[in-house]
Each structure stands twice: as C-alpha cells, then as structure tokens.
Design a protein. Structure first.
Length: 350
C-alpha cells in the first residue's frame, strides 16, 4: 500500500442502555467520529441477543444516521445475508443510499449466532451454500437484471454495486471477494487454529489478503478494511478497569461458543482478544506492531469488547483521531478535524 489508510469507526451498538438509548448513543458516536475527521462508520447487524449486538435492522438505523450527519460514509458491517431476502436487501440499501446522498457501503457476511438461523427457516450448516446463492441474486439485482417476473429494481442501484464488501475468516472467502472485485472486511479478532492457539492475528489474516489480491480482476483497485479493537484513554488505569469487565465477558462468550481463548489474566486476555488499549502512545506502539495494518486501505476501530461507557467512547474517538492516527501516518478528513479542534479550543478558552 502506497497511500495512507483512511479511518472508520465501527459499532455493534452495545452500550449499557435500553434499545432506544443505544441508538441515540450510537448516532452521537458517529456524529462525533465525523466531527473528528473519521471518513466512514460501520454498523453491525445482530438478531435477538442484546449482549451480542443491538441492531437487527441496519438500513433503518443508517437512514437515521444519514439525516444526523453530512459527510461520513455509512456501511453495514455486516448484513448476515443468509438470513435475508436478497432483493429486499438491495431495495433497502438503494433507498438508504439515496436518502444519504450516496454515502452507503454494503458489507455482507455469511455468519452469525447458530441459533439465530432457526427463526429465519435456515440452518447454520447450510450458510455457505445459501450465502453464495443469495449473493448471486443480490448482485444481479444491483446490476439491474431481471429479479423475476420481468421486474428490475426501482429505484435502480446507481453506483451502489461498486460499493459492496465481503467479510470473511478464510482465504477462500478472500478469493470470493476478490473475484467479484468487492472490498474485503477483516475482523477485529477471529478463532485461532486448534493446533496453534497463540497464532498472531496477522499470521491468520495475511493469507486472506494474499488470496484476495491474487483474485482481484486486472485494473480493479483493492479495498481492504481491517477492523481492530482500540480503546484510547487519558489514563491507562481507566482502560484496564473497563477491559477487566468487558474482555472477561467476551472471553467467556467465545469459550461457550467452542473457541479456545488461552490465558486468564487480564494481560493474557488483552493479547488473546487482539486488543489495543491504553494511553495514546501505548496504543500507537501496539498498533504499529500489527503487520496486517500495513496492508489495509482502511483501519476501522471499535471499542468492543472493552465496551467502555459512552463518554469514554467519545474521548477515545477524539484521542484516536488527534493523537494516535497522526503518529501512525493515518489520514483523517482535514476539514472535519480542523473544525473539531477549533471547537474544542473554543470550549477550553471560553
């Protein structure tokens, strides 16, 4: 990669609050990210379980977030496509894109909590096959092809078909994203091989990027987004205090799902769950050691699974944009950041 990666904010809407308040807080966090020059916000879709994610209907929320912002791009990270009607996904994405002034990015994935497939008439063991079939139908719809009965999308998709991303844990998934010329979404953490529970995240994700780049059609620019757990605080003690609760809860959840999470001390969990936390200088050093990020076109930062309170999330966004990113050579939107810094200075001198 020859240019500085851009930055994105990612949320699963997990604030410790009732649903309506979660949506308000997430909107506030996205507006804050825009104010500090972050160029994109990703929101995750999860069904049924408040502890896993607070948003089953991402396009409804993104339309709302679009009305509350003006510049920041807005993406689904991700729509669990096997649980959806692909034509409806295309329609909802198109309407949200029009309402946002062309700011929607459509991130797709095949996974999710296994029991969540049942209410949708699906079985998790079939998700790969179902995903491929629904992906084909979705892309055909976005391309303006007949979706059945002589029907095509209205409104049409415009350029949205060029803003599709696929999330994956595997090199095969990287190949699939590359073949289609889509963007590649890499997770903040992912399961380690049973025979190598201490493998670095870079060791797992570098082959995915290799497969993706090899499969990209000639002339198609790569789009690699690497999501990372990042919590920046003025005081490392605050970061550790929230991590003690959040990371232990996350580790227990992963273990219940059958993953091996080695270690039990907080320091061990920080490593096992690929977490970057602390003061700005500590986070800079931690992120600089992540080899995957040197190959990413976009760095998406999220506070999960530290899951700090809202005010600390806002401060983390600010510190990441103003102190961490510049030291790593990562790009923010100069106009938005300058305006935010000017506003902060005004508050300090008022």
């Amino acid at each position: 990669m020859t240019t500085a990666p851009t930055l994105a904010f990612f949320t699963r809407l997990l604030d410790d609050a009732p649903p309506a308040e979660r949506y308000r807080l997430a909107t506030d966090q996205i507006r804050h990210a825009e104010r500090f020059g972050i160029q994109r916000a990703w929101v995750a879709q999860h069904h049924f379980r408040a502890a896993e994610g607070g948003l089953p209907s991402p396009f409804v929320f993104l339309a709302h977030a679009a009305a509350a912002t003006s510049e920041i791009r807005l993406g689904t990270g991700v729509v669990t496509l096997p649980l959806e009607d692909p034509v409806r996904v295309a329609e909802d994405a198109v309407v949200a894109d029009l309402l946002s002034g062309g700011r929607i990015d459509l991130g797709l994935g095949s996974g999710g909590t296994p029991s969540s497939f049942i209410p949708f008439g699906q079985h998790v063991s079939d998700k790969a096959t179902v995903y491929d079939e629904k992906l084909r139908k979705l892309l055909a719809a976005l391309e303006g092809q007949d979706v059945g009965g002589g029907n095509t999308l209205y409104p049409d998709a415009g350029t949205l078909g060029g803003r599709v991303w696929q999330a994956t844990f595997s090199a095969a998934g990287g190949t699939r994203a590359g073949v289609h010329g889509h963007g590649l979404l890499l997770s903040r953490t992912q399961p380690r091989p049973a025979d190598d529970p201490h493998a670095s995240l870079a060791a797992i994700q570098q082959p995915i990027i290799d497969a993706y780049l090899e499969a990209l059609p000639a002339g198609v620019a790569p789009r690699v987004t690497a999501s990372r757990t990042v919590f920046v605080a003025d005081d490392r003690a605050d970061a550790l205090r929230f991590a003690e609760v959040g990371l232990r809860r996350a580790a227990e959840g992963f273990r219940r799902a059958g993953q091996t999470i080695p270690g039990d001390s907080l320091d061990e969990l920080i490593v096992a769950l690929d977490t970057h936390l602390g003061t700005p200088d500590e986070v800079v050093a931690s992120l600089a050691a992540d080899e995957t990020l040197a190959r990413a076109d976009e760095i998406a930062f999220q506070v999960h699974s530290v899951d700090a309170p809202h005010d600390f999330v806002l401060r983390s966004i600010e510190l990441f944009a103003t102190e961490v990113a510049p030291k790593l050579g990562w790009a923010t939107s100069d106009r938005s950041l300058a305006s935010a810094l000017e506003g902060s200075l005004g508050k300090e001198t008022a």
